[in-house]
Design a protein around this ligand. Structure first.
Ligand code: ADP
Length: 350
């Protein structure tokens, strides 16, 4: 091969001698190889490119396979984690449900115990005033006996007008006895906090005063009851009566040795501090008041300053439990003379 001059620069060719014996010459033929070389180079380049493309394609395919494998592994692990999480969540859910059910059972049991306790407290309050109630029933019974005896006499004398008048009085006396018994029965009956209705504060206070009438008379207590007739609260009537009775009994106990015994009941709309429209009832007495060192304890169960046998120390704690249940509050303080217990209850319209 020799390099050949060409128009565009140096080229290359294949030199081959051809003997011409007749002429005694040797003819040298030069076949340029540029095109062939270019073709060969092109073929080589094409082959190279194809190889490269193939290699790329293989590499891409393998990479895709790897990516798919990785994606699948990731999906599997994700699914496993989701399944684990779902399992954990469902276990937590079951645990939560069990806890809620247990708590509901405990709350129901607690409510039942509280209701029993409140009822026991009411019976204890009745027990304390039973002598007075006994007297309250015995008095009209004695009056009835007297009326019966005198009526028989008036009948013998033919005094029809007096007989009629006596019969009327006897009817009134039996009505009074029936009323006391109905009242006692109502007061002693079991009630739940669920039952609430609009209650006239004045009626609840009157009912409690009624149960204490004998004691109020015997201890010469002046009662001043200023409760507007439109003072209506949302409450369970018997429990509300129980609270007011407890406050009154405490007031009477505190006034036992007082020179003047005054029991003031005063109701008014509660101030705007309350979250909902409410009524406030102040039960004030002219007793010794609450000693400052006792103020923080008087609502504690079994706290009492009364002699053994006279106080269990449950009145105020049960009362505040009832009032809280009704969505109200019970607080204590001292007034100008004795103690002032303040009961706040949601108004009936709230
Ligand atoms: P108890 O009446 O059985 O003692 P309470 O829970 O009703 O139980 O009252 C607790 C205590 O609060 C009483 O022992 C008394 O010291 C005090 N207390 C309650 N009300 C009054 C009041 N109106 N005046 C003075 N002290 C009172």
């Amino acid at each position: 091969m020799i390099a050949l001059p060409s128009a565009g620069g140096a080229g290359s060719g294949l030199v081959e001698p051809v003997a011409m014996p007749d002429l005694g010459w040797t003819l040298w033929t030069v076949a340029p190889t540029g095109a062939a070389s270019r073709q060969a180079a092109l073929v080589a380049a094409a082959t190279g490119l194809t190889g490269l493309a193939l290699a790329f394609a293989l590499a891409a395919a393998s990479q895709k396979r790897q990516r798919l494998r990785a994606e699948q592994a990731m999906r599997l692990s994700l699914e496993r984690r989701v399944a684990e999480r779902t399992h954990d969540l469902s276990e937590a859910n079951t645990r939560l449900r069990t806890e809620i059910a247990e708590r509901e059972r405990a709350t129901t049991a607690l409510r039942a115990t509280q209701a029993e306790l409140i009822h026991a407290g009411r019976l204890a309050a009745l027990g304390q005033i039973s002598t007075a109630i006994n007297h309250e029933i015995n008095q009209p019974l004695a009056a009835l006996r007297t009326f019966l005896a005198s009526t028989a006499l008036f009948l013998e004398r033919g005094d029809e007008a007096t007989v009629r008048r006596n019969l009327q009085r006897m009817t009134e006396v039996t009505q009074r006895i029936a009323e006391i018994i109905r009242h006692l029965k109502d007061f002693a009956r079991k009630t739940g906090p669920e039952h609430r209705e609009p209650v006239r504060l004045a009626s609840a206070a009157e009912a409690a005063l009624d149960l204490l009438r004998v004691r109020l008379r015997a201890e010469d207590v002046t009662v001043d009851c200023r409760i507007p007739p439109d003072a209506m609260v949302r409450a369970e009537p018997v429990r509300l009566e129980q609270v007011i009775l407890n406050l009154m009994v405490n007031a009477l106990d505190a006034m036992r040795d007082a020179p003047e015994r005054r029991l003031d009941l005063c109701a008014a709309r509660a101030t705007s501090d309350e979250p909902a429209p409410s009524w406030r009832l102040d039960v004030a007495d002219s007793g010794s008041g609450i000693a400052p060192e006792h103020m923080a304890q008087i609502f504690d169960p079994f706290f009492t300053t009364k002699p053994a046998g006279e106080g269990l120390g449950l009145g105020l704690s049960l009362s505040s439990l009832i009032v809280r249940d009704l969505g109200g509050s019970l607080t204590a303080g001292n007034g100008a003379r004795g103690a002032v217990l303040t009961l706040v209850l949601p108004a009936a319209e709230s």
